[in-house]
Design a binder for this molecule. Sequence first.
Ligand SMILES: [Zn+2]
Length: 633
Amino acid sequence: MESLFVSVRGARRHLASVSCTVSTIAFLLLTVLPAAAQKNNVILFVGDGMGVSTVTSTRIATVGVDGQLALDRMPYTAISRTASADYITPDSAATMSAMMTGVNTNTGVIGYGPTTEYADFNGNGDGARLRNIGELAISMGYAVGIVTTTRVTHATPAAVFAHVNDRNLENEIAAQAVPGGAGFNTRIGDGLHVIFGGGRRHFLPTSASDDEGLPGSRSDGRDLRNELHQQGYRYVWNRQGLNSLGGSGRAIGLFASSHLEYEADRNSGQPSLEEMTRKAIQILSATGKPFFLMVEAGRIDHAHHEGSAFRAFTDTRMLDRAINAAQRSVNLNRTLILATADHSHVFTIAGYPMRPLGDLQYNPRSVPASFRNQPYNGILGTVHDIDSGGTISESGDSGGIPYTILGYANGPGHRSGSRVNPNSDRTAGYGGAVPSSTSHTAYRQEATVPLFLETHAGEDVMIYAVGRTAENVRGTVPNIKVFDWIRDGFADRGSRPSQPDPGPDPDPDPTPEPPPQSEVCTPTSALLRLDGDYEISMCYRTPGGEEGQAKSAPWSDESAILWFFNRSNAEVLVKVLNGCGNNRHRWVFVAPVTTLEFNLWVTAPDGERWTHTNRQGETAATKSDTSAFRCAD
Ligand SMILES: [Zn+2]
């Protein structure tokens, strides 16, 4: 009975969505650096269902096995545990609610705690609404925006600002976003500043047709587009409208009746996730306020549910482009960018597939046509390997039949009966089209267990970070930690000793571990001023865990050398380049000649601070940040 209930519930949710010696030089020891009193922007990117295998396959398909996605270039990472309060394998409502409130909750529930059951099936009410990040940010004077490829009322965007015990109550979620209207969540003040995505139908009454002639789904007769317009929002419904938006005014863009199309199927009337992200940042930046922006690539998840790896990685690639665009359009000294997934999918990169032919550093003796010039670096193809004689051929299953590299543990890609050769498999695929090969856009990867919709997976996912306070992001953490990192980003709390994991250990270890060490070292030392009044300070830590301060001396009027106590050799050269780069920024150049861990700070005359963290074992590498400080106007 329980399993039946669970499967019906799960199905219903998914059906509802788819570096001289310098020892004589004097040095200055100054006091603790003053805490910077700045409010930072935070941008959170969520790849819905973007498990590690999804990131890897996207990388291979688009930039190659050794390539780097924008995600791969983000310098700080953590591993996120995703279990909801009641499920090992969670849904987006519970996970995003956890990330947006700092409290884990039950599957299907948004903005309430773990004692609130899905749809209040015990009839005992919902209890207290939790404070979500949208409410927190707005109470701190932030402008808040959401961008998604799903309906803006879908679970992930909804968790930024709404509270519901059932994620399917999307009409109610829409009403919670409309200032002055019945059901408005007054804890978000004057409302969200930017709302871009799909879901027009939840803003229109059933009696009305939307901009594309499709019916609304509200039974209360309200046209929320008009209500939002009366509240000063600018409403746009297509790509042209989005492009026309300028200035700092509030804006809502609803670009589809339901979800936006998959990136692979997108028409020119719909904006891309990158375009919506750029516009949202432009508008939010123009407000002059600090901002919080959540950007979701919501349909990676749907593509996996439909057994379409191609659509999953094309949507993931677009998310990666949006992340790259965001990094280039904000000041990372004042902005924290996080990217994560809410959960994974039962999607695997299986067998022992070889790299593409062009990657190989030897010449195979024989290469079949099926292995040459494969699109997407071969990731959509069948598994090939090489024998001891140098012949490359397709790998077979126990019966000798080839199999694809990508596959699912369950889902609609299940083939009934015995396996057929994927190269000649004409099973109807995505949209009913018959694929001509495994690289065809309609090809559904094989699934072991037949299910109408492929399922989420319960393993951990990644959290990536870059920018201000990004150094906080580390460890294996419950997903609620994302809330803490966003809040600490707002308050500019970074480079701090690690915090103990929340909650008691239910199974105490009989041999207690030593207390956790601080992350590199604490900001207490030094030091001197360079031309232009840039302050340099630094501290270090030895492999034995001993922390210490550093000495410094000017090297030229724009550079300094720094070394550690008890050591006579300069170990770090730091330079703040005068003049202004073509990106209207001054840059900082750091050349460490040490393998010790150290933190280095450069503080501009206006208090703006740039931080470099050198980790144990990193050496002699030249590190520069060409946009460390904005030039004086
Ligand atoms: Zn899903």
